[in-house]
Design a protein around this ligand. Structure first.
Ligand code: C5P
Length: 398
């Protein structure tokens, strides 16, 4: 709920401006008040009349509107809100923000505000991928600006890729998270992610190809719904999300210890690709060739199954335990059996057979196995999968 919260909504000039109209409605439904600011380019896409009628408030448009200055100066306008939202945020607006420009009402408000700013970028895929936009985005990130989207998909210009503005409900979730309000506010969720490294000697290890992308996306989505997230990660290749408690581990046994130490949790999601085996006779010093041509022989010991261990603990078992299963055939049968074997509540199964392009790709096709059966989800971006799982977790804990 956003009861009593005040949002200053800057509507930039892009075709996605039509979604800002729905966003106003959704924010108001949740009890927020919306003060709209329409840029000159934004007015080309939606009219001040529509925006004002939906918001039920005056629409601010020009910096040098003297009446506005008499009633409320732009400094005050920028600070009366609890959060400033820019949706759609164009490439040009991002550039202005990153450069600190203040040559119209919107950019001046963004410079003058002392509140957090959330942007929902929307632009053509090439503009989103352009080095200038990449640069601007990292500047904005460093400035503490929050971002929601863009999503991958078909665009109004007919191209396909990242650049579509996040959907209104995703923006609402990001607003709630930014204001510390969300369906998971007050909840603690544990996420494991990434591969583990099992040492052979002090310089060598056995690992796997997990990037940590899905676990990171999940932690991000859970955080955005307001959860306090403990993110226990092996040495992943993608950076951990901001705003979560990161616990870095290397081995499966360290991961288990970190997970147990992080309990209690309302929910735990085990997205890590944990090594099933470790080297039992790992050497204390670097193994050396002794010239005899004889290779060292490694002995293996089974690692603890973290998911099964946490599912089975009597005290402090999280209310909801979610495991993952990467399968290449008979996905539903294997994943259903895995759910029973591991004692977890849900299994998120994906078909990683060659040809699906899922392994290492940006999309995933998931089947959710719960006690009520198997639910096949359409193929979608991994971030979207994460948001859906996070939403389901929020519903299950409600
Ligand atoms: O048995 P399998 O590796 O296919 O099961 C995958 C699920 O179990 C994932 O959720 C993974 O994080 C978890 N797992 C674990 N500890 C292990 C092996 C797997 O938590 N040692």
């Amino acid at each position: 709920m956003l009861a009593g919260k005040r949002i200053l909504l800057i509507i930039g000039g892009g075709i996605a401006a039509y979604k800002a109209l729905d966003l106003i409605r959704r924010l108001k439904e949740r009890g927020a008040s919306v003060t709209p600011v329409l840029t000159r380019a934004g007015e080309e896409f939606v009219t001040p009349l529509t925006v004002g009628a939906l918001a039920g408030e005056k629409v601010f448009r020009h910096l040098f509107d003297l009446t506005d200055e008499a009633e409320m100066g732009h400094i005050e306008l920028s600070r009366a809100a609890d959060l400033v939202v820019v949706a759609p945020c164009t490439a040009d607006m991002m550039a202005k923000m990153a450069g600190g420009h203040a040559d119209d009402l919107a950019s001046t408000l963004l410079m003058a505000t002392d509140k957090r700013v959330l942007i929902a970028p929307a632009m053509n895929v090439r503009m989103w991928e352009h080095p200038a936009t990449r640069r601007n985005q990292s500047v904005l990130l460093g400035d503490g600006v929050l971002t929601v989207g863009p999503n991958e998909g078909e665009m109004a210009c007919g191209e396909f890729g990242f650049g579509r503005m996040a959907e209104p409900l995703e923006i609402v979730a990001a607003v709630e998270a930014a204001l510390g309000e969300g369906p998971l506010t007050g909840r603690h969720v544990l996420v494991t992610s990434g591969p583990t490294h099992e040492p052979i000697d002090p310089v060598r290890y056995i690992a796997n190809r997990s990037s940590g992308a899905q676990g990171t996306a999940l932690a991000t989505a859970l955080r955005d719904l307001g959860a306090r997230v403990t993110f226990v990660t092996g040495p992943a290749s993608v950076p951990p999300p901001e705003g979560v408690t990161v616990v870095k581990v290397e081995t499966a046994r360290e991961m288990l210890a970190a997970v147990v130490a992080a309990l209690p949790a309302d929910a735990a999601v085990f997205a890590a690709a944990v090594a099933d085996w470790r080297v039992a006779n790992a050497a204390g010093s670097k193994l050396k060739k002794d010239g005899s041509g004889k290779a060292p022989s490694l002995e293996f010991a089974e690692n603890p199954d973290i998911l099964a261990t946490v599912s089975a603990i009597k005290e402090r078992r999280p209310g909801l335990v979610v495991g993952f299963a990467a399968e290449t055939d008979d996905v539903v049968a294997h994943a259903t059996a895995k759910r029973a074997r591991k004692g977890c509540d849900w299994i998120v199964a994906n078909d990683v057979s060659p040809g699906t392009g899922i392994m290492g790709g940006s999309e995933n096709a998931v089947t959710l196995i719960t006690e009520s059966g198997a639910e096949e989800w359409p193929r979608m971006a991994k971030d979207e999968v994460a948001r859906r799982i996070a939403t389901r977790i929020a519903e299950a804990l409600a």
